[in-house]
Structures are given as structure tokens and as C-alpha cells.
Design a protein around this ligand. Structure first.
Ligand code: BG6
Length: 510
């Protein structure tokens, strides 16, 4: 008996052991990481801390990080800044810091790139990086084109035995035309395999899980269509306002900032057909089909499908918040809230609306996708229980409190006919020994590994711009609705969904 148990345990351990092995990411080839715009906020807040974690997890072994920027930093100045941002004192940080350098210069001048090439050659030898280079564009987008032209001019874009890849931060263009122009310029010097258009939502654990959930289980696929799904809701709300990014935001607005990229990416993952494999291009091909099937907006009748809003002052968690206009210090028609109704004209989704709402300074921070199912075709309980049931729903919580829940009806113990809504809930933090991996950690590692699955292909980026650009053009100089900080957006956002006999769901209390 003991032996048998021992054997079984052995099998289980082996299985779990092999799963653990599969769950560990490969270690990428040696490489130098060159960050343009390294003295900016993104670099200290996200990029370098993510690289530090990769280093701690032994995913960065032979490497250097070369920050490039206009600030007049020496290597030591930059290292000190990095130390402040990491806020760690362990020995491992000291080791990490030894891999960090800085080069200062003007992005428009040849001189910077002459020095860059020289420094890369020295660091390449010193850190055995086999001349592999990952360039990260974290500058304001208006210098992307000068940088890429110079990298081309000084031959830093070429690949031979080595790799030379470019990660391009959003915003990728400001509308369809500027996005195409940037893309065309990139393609003069690079092939698509070298270009990594980042959308950090794709690196979030819960967003990656959408494909697993849909295609590693059999239970959802048969009902994942217009026959069983009434509608889909996507809410991405933030308590934060535009904070210190007014200059950027004032020329951008929320449709460009959140919908053209993050939310459309989320939507495609919910809506795609099963790809034949996890191959990046197969997934991108399927996403592309979804985007192409989204019904174009009739700009003469935009109010039927789109609501734009801007926050006024109000309270969030009992704290007073100023209006957007006060923050910008001038009159402005930039939207800080968008609600949309989208339709996907294909077999799976015919007639199933996707309602989206996203905004700043809303009641709480929450990113959630709700798949709301249809009512049962006939209720045998109606004589005793005339109330309409809460429909079944699968609620995918992207953040915070990551997980998902299934909303079901069940008999409440006690009297014979008493039905209540219950919530079967899974939370990452209860189930896994889980310290959420930052999306940037995932995505930087993927770029070093040459895996583009979680990056945005050029046709997808273009198609997303094609969808939103007519709205942006129509909105120029047009009016918007207002909502108090700390609310769920303008009343018109409720009307958008309520006129279809539906309502924004709040599953918090179920
Ligand atoms: C960024 C937007 O891409 O995403 C910001 O530019 C927004 O305006 C942010 O606040 C939201 O990201 P997250 O990961 O906090 O949901």
C-alpha cells in the first residue's frame, strides 16, 4: 500500500515537475538594451524595474542597459537615479547597476549616433552580448522618425547573425495618416519581424488568460456566440485623472489613449475564432478578421453609438478633485470619457452588441469584461417566481483583484421555490502563489526572445486607426457631455445602453 501511494505520489510529482518546467520562460540570448528617452518617467517607473526583475530571475545574464537621452547625465548620475527608483539596497541591485550606462545627446544630431555606435561596440565586448540589440523607443513620439533614420544611417538596424529589434511605445501615430507615415518610415529600415509595437494591456496576466480560458476549456466554446450571448460589456475605469501628463493628453484624448489600442485589443481576444496554433501570425490573422468585421460608424448618426465626456470637479473617496478644465487651465473639448456600442458583422457575433466604457476620474479603478448570456428560453418557475432572473454572466476581472466569476442562479436553502443569484469566483491571489508579473516584464522578455505574439502587427494597428479616425474627425470642435469626478460618467452613457433595454452591470455586490 505504501509503495503504491509512493508510486502515485511519484507520478504526481513528475507531472507537476514537468508543468513547472513548462511554466518557466526560456532564457533569452545575450543582448544590449538601449532605451531612448531613458531619463523619462516610463523608464524609471516601468522599464528599468521590469529589467531588474528579469535580472533577479536570471533572465538577463549577459546584458547591458544603455540609457540615451537629452539629460546631461554621466553613467554614475544615471545609476544613482536608477537606485532611487528601485528603492532596494540588496547586493543584487548593486550587481544589476554595474550593467547600466548613459549616453547623452540630441536625437537630431549625427554626433549622438556616432557616440552611440562606439559605446555599443565597447559594451558589446565588455558584456559579451554578441552584438544583439534591443532598442526601446520611450521618447515623445515626435522624435521616433529622426531616431529611426539615424539608426539606419549608422547601420544599427542591420541584422546578420545578431538581432536588432525596436520596441515602439504608444502612441503609434495620432490618426490613420500619421500612423501609416511612421510605419512606412520604420519599414524603410526594418522588416516587420524587427518591429515590436507595444500595448502593455497584452502583457497583463489576466489578458493573456483570455485565450487560455476560451481555448483550453471545452465548456465555453459551444455557447460563445450569438445564440447564447446577449451582449458583452467592457469597462476600463480609472480614478486617476490626467495627472502630470496634461501636455500629452490634451492633444490625445481618451479615444486615442485607451480605445484605439488597449480596448480594441481586449475586444479582439474575446471575439476571435480559435487560431490553429499559438503562432503569433495565426493569432494576429484571427484578430485582424475581427477588426475587419466591426461595423464602421455612421458619422452622421454618431450619437447613436458613441458618447464622449469630460470630468468636472467632484469627490473620489472623499477627496476633492478639480475639473479637467481647471487642471488644463483653459477651455478644452478633449474627452476624458468614452462609451461606445460596437457590432461585429460575422457569423459568431451577428446582432451581439459590445458596449465599452472607459474614463478617467471615475468612481473606482476597474477593468472588467462581462459576457452576459441570454435569458432561459422559458422559465418553469414563473408562476411562483415572477421576478426576472439576473442573467448568467462570465465576468473577467482584468484588474485589480484579478480573477473571474460566473454568475448563476441557484436554489436558496429554505422554502421550496426561492432562487438567488450566486457567484462562483476565482481569484488569482487565493489560488496561486501570485505576485502579479508586471506587463512590461513579460513584454520585454518576449521582445528579447523574439516572440511577437503579445505585440501589435502593423495591419492590426492600421485597422484600429481606420475604425476610430472617422470618429475623431467628426468630433473636431464638437461638444461633449460632462460628468462629476467620482461618478460612472455622463448620463448619456447610461442612455446608450438603456435604450437597448440593457444596463451597465455592477457585479461587485453579487
Ligand atoms: C496608458 C494610458 O496606456 O494606460 C494611460 O496612456 C492609462 O492614460 C494607462 O492611465 C492605464 O494602464 P493600467 O495598466 O493602469 O490600466
Amino acid at each position: 500500500m505504501k509503495n503504491l501511494e509512493g508510486d502515485i505520489m511519484g507520478i504526481i510529482e513528475n507531472k507537476i515537475g514537468s508543468v513547472v518546467e513548462l511554466c518557466d520562460d526560456p532564457t533569452p540570448e545575450p543582448a544590449g538594451i538601449i532605451i531612448f528617452g531613458a531619463s523619462g518617467d516610463l523608464s524609471f517607473r516601468k522599464l528599468i524595474p521590469s529589467m531588474y526583475k528579469l535580472f533577479k530571475n536570471r533572465k538577463l545574464i549577459d546584458f547591458y542597459i544603455l540609457g540615451v537621452g537629452r539629460s546631461n547625465f554621466s553613467d554614475d548620475d544615471f545609476r544613482n537615479k536608477v537606485l532611487e527608483s528601485l528603492d532596494f539596497k540588496q547586493d543584487v541591485v548593486k550587481k544589476f547597476i554595474e550593467h547600466i550606462y548613459f549616453l547623452s545627446g540630441d536625437y537630431d544630431q549625427d554626433e549622438l549616433y556616432i557616440n552611440l555606435k562606439e559605446k555599443i561596440n565597447i559594451l558589446n565586448k565588455k558584456h559579451n552580448t554578441k552584438n544583439n540589440k534591443l532598442f526601446y523607443f520611450a521618447t515623445p513620439p515626435n522624435v521616433y522618425i529622426p531616431i529611426i533614420r539615424h539608426l539606419g544611417k549608422f547601420d544599427l538596424n542591420n541584422e546578420d547573425e545578431n538581432f536588432s529589434r525596436m520596441v515602439i511605445e504608444k502612441p503609434f501615430g495620432n490618426n490613420l495618416e500619421s500612423a501609416k507615415k511612421l510605419d512606412c518610415e520604420l519599414h524603410k529600415y526594418l522588416n516587420e519581424k524587427q518591429i515590436y509595437r507595444i500595448d502593455h494591456y497584452l502583457g497583463k496576466e489576466t489578458v493573456q488568460n483570455i485565450l487560455m480560458m476560451r481555448f483550453a476549456n471545452i465548456v465555453f466554446e459551444p455557447i460563445w456566440n450569438y445564440k447564447y450571448i446577449d451582449h458583452v460589456q467592457i469597462t476600463v475605469s480609472e480614478e486617476l485623472g490626467v495627472e502630470n501628463r496634461i501636455g500629452y493628453f490634451e492633444n490625445t484624448g481618451l479615444l486615442r489613449d485607451m480605445v484605439q489600442n488597449h480596448i480594441l485589443q481586449l475586444l479582439t481576444l474575446i471575439a476571435i475564432e480559435p487560431p490553429a496554433s499559438l503562432d503569433a501570425n495565426m493569432i494576429h490573422d484571427e484578430k485582424m478578421k475581427v477588426l475587419k468585421s466591426i461595423r464602421r460608424f455612421n458619422v452622421d448618426n454618431l450619437d447613436e453609438f458613441v458618447v464622449r465626456g469630460q470630468y468636472t470637479d467632484g469627490y473620489i473617496n472623499n477627496e476633492f478633485k478639480k475639473s479637467y478644465i481647471e487642471e488644463v487651465g483653459k477651455n478644452s473639448k478633449t474627452e476624458t470619457f468614452v462609451a461606445l456600442k460596437l457590432l461585429i458583422d460575422n457569423w459568431r457575433w451577428s446582432g451581439v452588441p459590445f458596449y465599452i466604457r472607459t474614463g478617467k476620474r471615475l468612481k473606482k479603478k476597474l477593468s472588467e469584461v462581462s459576457i452576459v448570456f441570454k435569458d432561459v428560453p422559458h422559465s418553469i418557475f414563473s408562476d411562483f417566481y415572477p421576478v426576472k432572473f439576473e442573467p448568467n454572466a462570465l465576468v473577467i476581472r482584468i484588474q485589480p483583484d484579478e480573477g473571474f466569476k460566473l454568475i448563476l442562479q441557484a436554489k436558496q436553502p429554505g422554502s421550496k421555490i426561492c432562487i438567488n443569484t450566486l457567484n462562483m469566483e476565482f481569484k488569482y491571489r487565493n489560488f496561486f502563489d501570485y505576485e502579479p508579473q508586471d506587463a512590461y516584464e513579460r513584454l520585454i522578455l518576449d521582445a528579447l526572445l523574439g516572440d511577437q505574439t503579445l505585440y501589435v502587427r502593423n495591419d492590426i494597428m492600421e485597422e484600429s486607426w481606420k475604425l476610430v479616425t472617422p470618429i475623431l474627425e467628426r468630433w473636431e470642435n464638437s461638444d461633449l457631455y460632462y460628468y462629476p469626478s467620482g461618478s460612472w460618467g455622463p448620463k448619456e452613457s447610461d442612455r446608450l445602453i438603456e435604450k437597448d433595454g440593457r444596463r451597465w452591470r455592477n457585479y461587485e455586490n453579487i
